[in-house]
Design a protein around this ligand. Structure first.
Ligand code: MN
Length: 243
């Protein structure tokens, strides 16, 4: 696994630059960003930069899919969230706090759905990388063996859970106690609302794969696992979760 973590460092720098200089600072860290058009921020929540150009995951995920998925869907959740929290105390809260404050609150379902979708998509883009896939190593590989038997068993279980989510939702690798497990959530739901610590996710909403794979969700999931999964990101999340 790479120890240089350029993607993480860049994201963190861009994030800090944006914090320091306000929404007008986007251009500073924007040089390597995709060609997807982004509207200026108009609220407390902003669309985080994509960690790679919009054509970097092709052919497993096309630039056209990224254009709609990141530029329209993800941006749309950010915009809607900003509309919904405008003038409320939630507008001053971190995204994770908004998610935890609104989960299970029937009057705040729309805020939860949009906040969780903003968070889930940011986590999804970081779960992928160009020339990803393959097998993890180090502590993460050991924990996968302990939790699933071996890597191939993990892969089969992850693919199965992704295929079996009925309708829109997400497949996750999460840390639960001292083991890893795979789980799925429907629609916008997210493990961070339920005390789980996610390491990786695959978006299985149709908008994630329909342009490239039509109804063949299993082919999309297999391509992500074989060619795009970012094991460095998962290892960092495992480390942050206490190893
Ligand atoms: Mn999506």
């Amino acid at each position: 696994m790479s120890k240089t973590l350029p993607e993480y460092a860049l994201n963190r720098r861009r994030f800090l630059m944006t914090l320091l200089a306000g929404s007008a600072a986007l251009a500073v860290g924007d040089l390597a960003l995709p060609r997807v058009a982004r509207a200026a921020a108009s609220g407390p929540f902003t669309l985080p930069p994509l960690p790679y150009p919009d054509d970097a995951l092709s052919p497993a995920i096309s630039a056209q899919t990224i254009g709609f998925h990141y530029g329209k869907h993800h941006q749309g959740y950010v915009n809607k969230l900003n509309e919904l929290v405008a003038g409320t105390p939630l507008a001053d809260q971190p995204l994770e706090a908004v998610i935890k404050a609104t989960v299970g609150q029937s009057a705040q379902t729309a805020i939860f759905n949009n906040a969780a979708q903003v968070w889930n998509h940011t986590f999804y883009w970081r779960s992928l990388r160009p020339k990803g896939g393959g097998k993890p190593d180090g502590a993460l590989a050991e924990l996968i063996t302990q939790s699933f038997g071996d890597y191939d068993q993990f892969k089969a279980e992850f693919a199965k859970i992704a295929a079996s989510q009925f309708g829109s939702g997400w497949a996750w690798l999460v840390k639960e106690g001292d083991k890893l497990t795979v789980t799925k959530t429907g629609n916008a739901d997210t493990p961070i609302a339920h005390g789980q610590q996610p390491l990786l996710t695959i978006d299985v909403w149709e908008h994630a794969y329909y342009l490239d794979y039509q109804n063949r969700r299993a082919d999309y999931v297999a391509a992500v696992l074989d060619r795009l999964i970012n094991w460095d990101f998962a290892a960092r999340n495992l480390s942050a979760a206490g190893g």
